[in-house]
Write a protein that binds this ligand. Structure first.
Ligand code: JFZ
Length: 448
């Protein structure tokens, strides 16, 4: 054991109401919105097929030129109530919204910066309107904050000189001010999602990452903070130098998921974030971004794979520069929502199905019942995402259990099956239904 002042806290998994609610939610909406949605990947006629929120950097735009975009941030199509309804219909139970991305533009009228919505034509508190709209729909709100800041003169990537160190200390004081301001202005948010913490400068300030987590949790009891914030005394990130998770949940799975059979991840809380598009978080207008757009079935598959492994999925939306939703993203939300309407019981309040091994043709999830220790009996949901060519689904029943009944979750109809032996059940697989089919399997102790 290495002695650490700023390593992981003593607690194991949090079991307080906020954390339990977060865990049970399973599905969240990520929103990346800022000035970058206006140029949407093109600067002065040059389209860069790379993340739109990186355009200032990738097109080499000066701070002054980038800041001029604020004049065009007119919110003509901005309807936060519609965003919130869309997210809710999709089955998301929370939203994580960018308050300040790497370009440094603050979506709230921060007292600590001139580069905020206060300098846009409307001057409206955009973030405040978003928070209120989602809260009104009953969704929890988490605030994304990039520590990396291309706009602030005191930001440093590395600390090579005393001047760098002094400047960066000023920068961290600024970030602290902004974060405390966020906690004060929006006290009913549930958590903070940190980003832009990978540079040497931040890694050398494990103490600050530790301190800001403590400060935010003192302001907002129960606040949930992702592991990406944290570095320890030695600069180890996410997991401290002793291998313990820092923050409340692991947030390293980005545009990828743990392998379907990797049960090791069920030991902790985690959240993966995913794009609908190929590799842009902010709105990008080009065919390059559209090319990789996932279908509703792909999104559902990622979601159930995540839930089967005890994680949450944060699915990104990148509204357009005027604040309107991208039509194909709104449509995808509706189609995922239609599936969730019928099958959400396999997602919300669900987690890994203890004892049910990865079947290859899809995923098992089980209702989360924190009270019941003997999981593995009762109800299990089988989500079929990959139909076997043979047309036969084989279910390997955990030892000591037997299957009593199988029905279709969506319409309740009972599904015939054959018990080949104590451990093996077989049924005719569905024909392609377009969207994953969910079977509710009722199992109980095997009669000797
Ligand atoms: C970061 C941001 O740079 C990006 O714009 C977006 O906000 C995303 C959610 O987070 O990008 C990352 C961060 C971490 C990894 C990859 C991209 N990573 O750990 O592989």
């Amino acid at each position: 054991m290495i002695e650490l002042l700023y390593g992981a806290g003593p607690q194991e998994r949090r079991q307080d109401p906020a954390m339990r609610a977060f865990r049970a939610d399973r599905f969240g909406q990520f929103v990346h919105w800022g000035l970058y949605a206006l140029p949407a990947g093109t600067w002065q006629g040059r389209t860069i097929d790379f993340a739109a929120e990186f355009l200032m950097h990738s097109a080499g735009v000066s701070c002054e030129d980038w800041a001029a975009l604020a004049a065009d941030f007119t919110l003509d199509g901005f309807d936060p109530a519609l965003w919130a309804r869309t997210a809710k219909r999709m089955g998301a139970r929370y939203v994580t919204v960018t308050t300040k991305h790497h370009d440094g533009f603050s979506l709230w009228p921060s007292a600590f910066s001139d580069f905020t919505v206060a300098a846009t034509p409307s001057g409206r508190d955009v973030l405040g309107e978003i928070v209120s709209a989602y809260r009104a729909e009953g969704l929890a709100v988490h605030l994304y904050y990039s520590v990396l800041d291309w706009h602030h003169p005191d930001w440093r990537y590395a600390l090579d000189t005393d001047d760098d160190r002094t400047a960066f200390d000023r920068y961290l004081a600024f970030a602290t001010n902004q974060l405390v301001e966020l906690a004060e202005r929006y006290p009913d948010v549930r958590g903070f999602w940190f980003d832009g913490t990978w540079d040497e400068s931040v890694k050398a300030h494990g103490r600050w990452t530790h301190e800001i987590e403590r400060i935010l949790k003192a302001r907002i009891p129960g606040a949930i903070v992702n592991s990406r914030l944290r570095a320890d005394d030695l600069g180890a990130r996410h997991f401290d130098s002793n291998g313990a998770l820092m923050g409340d949940y692991e947030s390293g799975y980005e545009r990828r998921l743990p392998a379907p059979w990797d049960r090791s991840v069920t030991a902790r809380d985690w959240e993966a974030c995913a794009t609908i598009t190929q590799a842009t978080w902010g709105f990008h207008h080009s065919a390059w971004a559209d090319r990789g757009r996932k279908t509703p079935a792909q999104i559902v598959e990622q979601l159930v794979q995540t839930v089967s492994l005890g994680g949450n999925l944060l699915l990104n939306f990148g509204p357009r520069g005027d604040g309107s939703l991208v039509p194909s993203e709104a449509e995808l939300a509706d189609r995922v929502g239609a599936w969730m309407e019928a099958n959400g019981a396999a997602v919300h309040h669900s987690g890994p199905a203890e004892g049910w091994d990865y079947p290859g043709w899809g995923f098992y999830t089980a209702p989360m019942d924190p009270g019941a220790a003997d999981t593995g009996s009762g109800l299990v949901h089988a989500i079929v995402t990959r139909i076997p060519v043979s047309g036969i689904l084989t279910i390997d029943v955990p030892p000591g259990l037997e299957v009593h009944k199988i029905r279709s979750l969506a319409d309740g109809t009972s599904v015939p099956f054959t018990a080949l032996d104590a451990r093996t059940v077989q049924l005719d697989s569905p024909a392609s239904a377009g969207m994953p089919l969910v079977y509710a399997i009722e199992a109980g102790p095997a009669e000797e």
